[in-house]
Design a protein around this ligand. Structure first.
Ligand SMILES: NC(=O)c1ccc[n+]([C@@H]2O[C@H](COP(=O)([O-])OP(=O)(O)OC[C@H]3O[C@@H](n4cnc5c(N)ncnc54)[C@H](OP(=O)(O)O)[C@@H]3O)[C@@H](O)[C@H]2O)c1
Length: 508
């Protein structure tokens, strides 16, 4: 970086006007809270929001969001007035022009200096058309908006480390699209705009891209690369984002997704087999590592811009590689220990799980441990005139697990030198406020805190420990009795079979 003024993070954001898309999402909310808490000089934050499902206006949505407990810490610290600097802008990233009204577009292009684009659909199974129109065309429209921003210093585009999984080691650079994808992003967007889903799927070859999400996000990175001669762009790629360690509050999340959904399924006694390789590390990054990284990537762009550097693109893999990472098996083990410490109040069965890295063995185990008992339970429900649900649930779990095997069984290394180098030019105080290295975190404590948060706030469980212990003991006894009975039948039948085959006797 050329020699320029050394700015602390809060100095870098002093007087700045920001635009944030995806501000109502998991990453976006955490980011907004931290920016407001740690950068008191921010002049204004525009949050691009679409109308709510019930037709709630974006401004109403924003005001309701800012009242959530997530922002209580700000109010408690006496920073409540900073929330007044946040305004909603009505828009829709799946529409051309991001769905902005002309006057809003003009205002943003006059005012905004830092543009952070996080809005996306993170569903792996979205139809290709939807994924391209939101994640790819949305990025094109965001880049077009940024191109017209007169005072823009940096645009941070939030991508994903998983949009380049053809190599086992992923560097911090934009990779070309798979060779099979003949069209470039311009043509693919235009095909998505004109063709129906079936025609689009048959026309566009995704090559090694495992799903529509990674494909549409990889195309978005191409768009950023093609705009990098116009303004400063940071492509920021988180790995799998999981709940917060400490900030904005211990264990915080707003969803039940990813590896911890599996853990909860196991500790609730629903899931008894998992497709996981004990050596395959899944690169989980806690929310604050992502939030801090985005802020530092933006700061670096601001510093470069202040130093009068030419526009350019930098890529950051926000990953824990070469530091502390967890395997799926490790997180399951921690989850079971956490449940032993503080069990759920109601479970379906005593929690246990058999993990395998073989799809065939997983299918067999699913049949024995999930579908067979589920048929019995559903039959009883039907007899009791209640709606059966267990077979359907296990079928969904089976399909989701098998479709995610590419991710759960492969080990990638996401190189992260540039990401950790973001700390390089910081003072000691900033390096601790915007910590990126979480290696010193006790994983057992983290998993426990996060699971407790999920159970209390997302699953709204009754956290009464007495009821939970009673339930845990009853389920344990039921589980062990069932095992003894099953073992008795298995031994008896094996003995009968043995006699029939080898002794030709009818002693039983
Ligand atoms: N979560 C992860 O594990 C992970 C990992 C790697 C990368 N990322 C990336 O991180 C970014 C944020 O992900 P997240 O986990 O925060 O996702 P999220 O919780 O699902 O949030 C998505 C955000 O995008 C907004 N959005 C969706 N469609 C929109 C539209 N048509 N117009 C305007 N806004 C729209 C949503 O707004 P509404 O409230 O209106 O729905 C929401 O604010 C994404 O770019 C994602 O690719 C996430």
């Amino acid at each position: 970086m050329a020699a320029g003024p050394i700015l602390s993070v809060s100095q870098a954001f002093d007087g700045k006007v920001l635009l944030l898309t995806g501000g109502s999402g998991f990453v976006g909310k955490g980011l907004l809270e931290k920016l407001l808490r740690t950068c008191p000089g921010i002049r204004k934050v525009y949050v691009l929001l679409r109308a709510g499902k019930a037709g709630t206006l974006p401004e109403e949505r924003l005001r309701a969001m800012l009242k959530e407990p997530l922002f209580d810490g700000l109010r408690a610290a006496g920073y409540g007035d900073r929330l007044e600097r946040v305004s909603a802008v009505a828009g829709d990233c799946a529409s051309t022009g991001l769905g902005l009204a002309d006057e809003d577009r003009a205002r943003l292009q006059d005012d905004v200096q830092v543009f952070i684009h996080t809005a996306a659909s993170v569903r792996f199974d979205d139809p290709l058309k939807r994924a391209v129109l939101l994640n790819t065309r949305g990025a094109r429209e965001a880049a077009a908006l940024a191109s017209g921003m007169r005072r823009l210093e940096v645009m941070v585009h939030v991508s994903t480390t998983y949009c380049n999984t053809h190599a086992n080691v992923i560097e911090e650079r934009v990779y070309p699209m798979p060779a099979e994808t003949r069209e470039d992003w311009r043509e693919i967007i235009s095909l998505a705009e004109t063709l129906d889903e079936e025609a689009l799927e048959s026309r566009v070859a995704r090559g090694y891209q495992p799903n529509t999400y990674t494909f549409s996000k990889a195309l978005a990175e191409q768009i950023m690369k093609d705009h990098s001669d116009r303004f400063n762009i940071a492509v920021f790629r988180p790995a799998i984002v999981v709940g917060a360690i400490k900030e904005p509050m211990p264990g915080w999340t707003n969803n039940l997704n990813g590896p911890f959904a599996l853990c909860i399924g196991i500790t609730k006694g629903l899931v008894h087999t998992a497709l996981a390789d004990k050596d395959a590390v899944i690169d989980m990054v806690p929310l604050e590592m992502v939030v801090n990284g985005i802020i530092l990537a933006a700061r670096e762009g601001i510093v470069r811009s202040a130093a009068g550097e030419a526009p350019g693109l930098r890529v950051y893999n926000c990953s824990a590689a070469h530091r502390k990472t967890l395997s799926v098996c490790d997180s399951i083990e921690c989850a079971l220990k956490s449940n032993a410490r503080a069990p759920h109040d109601r479970v379906l069965w005593h929690p246990f799980v058999v993990a395998t890295s073989s799809v065939a063995v997983f299918t067999l185990l699913s049949f024995l441990l999930h579908f067979l008992p589920a048929v019995l339970v559903d039959a009883m429900l039907i007899l009791a005139s209640r709606r059966p649900w267990l077979v359907r649930t296990y079928w969904k779990i089976y399909r989701a697990t098998v479709s995610l095997r590419y991710f759960s069984l492969t080990h990638w290394v996401f190189e992260n030198d540039k990401f950790y180098a973001l700390l390089g030019s910081l003072g000691a105080e900033d390096a601790s406020t915007f910590k990126l290295d979480m290696s010193d975190v006790d994983e057992m404590e983290y998993v426990h805190t996060h699971l407790q948060y999920l159970r209390r706030h997302i699953l709204k469980e009754n956290m009464d420990p007495k009821a939970a212990r009673r339930n845990q003991t009853a389920m344990f006894v039921l589980d062990r009795c069932t095992r003894v009975v099953l073992l008795y039948f298995a031994v008896t039948w094996a003995y009968r079979l043995f006699c029939a085959l080898f002794l030709r006797s009818n002693i039983l």
